[in-house]
Ligand binder design. Structure first.
Ligand code: G4P
Length: 524
């Protein structure tokens, strides 16, 4: 094991905008971690499951997958659990919720495009929980923006300190390699394809005359000048600031050319935090606690829809989980004996009998487990800080057969409990409104209403664009609600929600009613 590396788990996710290179980087991480066969395995399993379920046909038609999986690989005594955050069209609340189950994240940015919209949204979710972030600036084998421009954009848009850890030597056509500013090593591509094969040159620093013999004069002069400016202008790496979510170390590389991936894995092993205590009632739960505890961050209906089979994905927070163990969901239900958990391990995937804090377990159930549930041996704790996210797409649900109101209400309540949609019941009028963060959730809703509840419905545009939970002193909240009754609704749990016509209106009312809090997330 390399020095200064704490053994154990690193449970993390990759956040990025579509096309930045998340898939390519994931493959390369698995390849470098020696688990590439697992990538294929995960896919094959997903496909087998999908074939068994009707509503999942949507995914097949669109050639995308809602199945968020866990990929595990090991290196140098460290076990990496990489949780997939569904992107593209299947961007949904699951994407956000997955981030509640990780200890850190890798933010992938396209060197030519910088911070894009989806990266930013996902970053905001990380910030809610102070999830530490390592930045990987990808595609340096192509022409991109100036390094300073990229670093300044991260610092300005995300209000983070940036600490460049490596620096590209040239870019695009003039790309020669990456210089590691911390270890003073020069990483060079080798061979015709210019893929990185492991040639590492240890220097004594940027003044080392060795460099003059290796790097072209133009690139070297620029590297020396840039690096000097960078070291004076940016923060140097500070482990504590990183773990608090205040600073991001930045690595440059090319996932496609496998360049810089090794340094990234090393950085995750070295710097990313292992599982730590998580907020819970009555007290935070430490991974050292002997009792097995965990929480459900995702529920997937991936079996025969008529049987309501579900897989609940649980993040283990403390204790050593063993196959066959009984766990009780806090607040509801009897103990569940978990005889056939799905466990995700690199080597002995099928044989795994135990899981440790930071690991993810898939628990088959018949709809008893909900997103946000805490499971534990004694049922005496409840994890907090698992939010609902304000929907970004709102639709009115219109029944094809008006006599089916009761069935619709039941279906909407069920599906919102499961986390497929959010539902809002307006104070005035009878048109129920559903909210999602991704388009695909709408299709899933309609097919499941039809297949599982035999309810035909259409979705129509809602006169609202976004929703905010409201809070504050009771008198202020009441006054606001009385004055805005036409825009008030209740969520499934009866919490008051303000439905706004636009993001601008949210800002406007927030200014006008400064004593009322408008919240884009609600803790469950
Ligand atoms: P995503 O999951 O974030 O959406 O991105 P993905 O990995 O699918 O990558 C998007 C495109 O960018 C792919 O090209 C991929 O090959 C390319 N790419 C990823 N990393 C790098 C890199 O380091 N350098 C360069 N030059 N390209 C990179 P595509 O043409 O859209 O798809 P494909 O036909 O190559 O699969």
């Amino acid at each position: 094991m390399p020095e200064n590396v704490t053994p154990g788990r690193r449970t993390f996710a990759i956040i990025s905008h579509p096309d930045a290179g998340k898939t390519t980087l994931t493959e390369k991480l698995l390849l470098f971690g020696g688990a590439i066969h697992l990538a294929g395995e995960v896919k094959a399993r997903g496909q087998a499951r999908r074939a068994r379920s009707d509503w999942m046909k949507i995914e097949q038609q669109r050639g995308i997958s809602v199945t968020s999986s866990v990929m595990t690989f090991e290196r140098d005594g460290v076990t990496f659990n990489l949780l997939d955050t569904p992107g593209h069209e299947d961007f949904s609340e699951d994407t956000y919720r997955t981030l509640t189950a990780v200890d850190s994240a890798v933010m992938v940015i396209d060197v030519a495009k910088g911070i894009e919209s989806q990266t930013r949204k996902l970053f905001e979710v990380c910030r809610l929980r102070n999830v530490p972030i390592i930045t990987f600036v990808n595609k340096v084998d192509r022409e991109g923006r100036e390094v300073f421009e990229t670093l300044d954009e991260i610092a300005d848009l995300l209000a983070l300190d940036v600490a460049p850890m490596t620096w590209p030597v040239g870019m695009g056509g003039t790309f020669e390699g990456v210089y590691d500013l911390v270890s003073n090593r020069l990483l060079l591509p080798e061979g015709d394809s210019r893929e990185f094969q492991g040639k590492v040159i240890q220097t004594t620093g940027l003044d080392d005359p060795q460099l003059d013999a290796i790097v072209s004069p133009q690139n070297l002069a620029k590297l020396r000048e840039d690096a000097e400016l960078a070291m004076a202008g940016y923060a140097s790496f500070d482990g504590e600031a990183y773990r608090n979510g205040d600073l991001t170390p930045v690595y440059f590389g090319s996932a496609l050319k496998e360049f810089g991936v090794d340094s990234l894995i090393d950085a995750i092993a070295r710097h990313a935090p292992p599982p730590h205590a998580l907020p819970a009632e009555p007290a935070p739960v430490s991974p050292d606690n002997n009792e097995v505890t965990g929480f459900v961050f995702k529920v997937q209906a991936n079996m025969d829809p008529n049987h309501r089979d579900r897989i609940a994905f649980m993040r283990l927070v403390s204790g050593t989980f063993k196959r066959g163990m009984k766990l009780t969901p806090t607040g509801h239900g009897k103990p569940i004996a978990i005889h056939s958990p799905i466990m995700f391990f690199a080597q002995q995937r099928e044989l795994a009998d135990e899981a440790l804090p930071g690991d993810i377990i898939g628990i088959p159930n018949h709809g008893t487990l909900r997103v946000g549930d805490t499971l534990s041996e004694k049922a005496a704790v409840r994890f907090t800080g698992l939010p609902n996210f304000a929907p970004e797409i709102l639709r009115r649900v219109v029944l094809k057969d008006p006599t089916k109101t009761k069935q619709l209400r039941k279906a909407l309540d069920d599906l919102s409990e499961e986390g497929v949609i959010q539902v809002f019941y307006p104070e005035i009028g009878s048109n129920w409104i559903i909210g999602v963060v991704g388009q695909l959730q709408l299709d899933v809703l309609l097919s499941r209403l039809d297949a599982e509840y035999k309810v035909g419905a259409n979705l129509e545009p809602a006169p609202f664009d976004t929703a905010r939970w409201i809070g504050g002193e009771a008198a202020d909240v009441k006054e606001f609600m009385d004055l805005n009754r036409g825009a008030m609704a209740k969520d499934r749990d009866g919490n008051p929600v303000f439905l706004a016509k636009s993001a601008w209106e949210v800002g406007y009312v927030a200014d006008r009613y400064s004593r009322v809090k408008f919240m884009a997330t609600r803790e469950r």
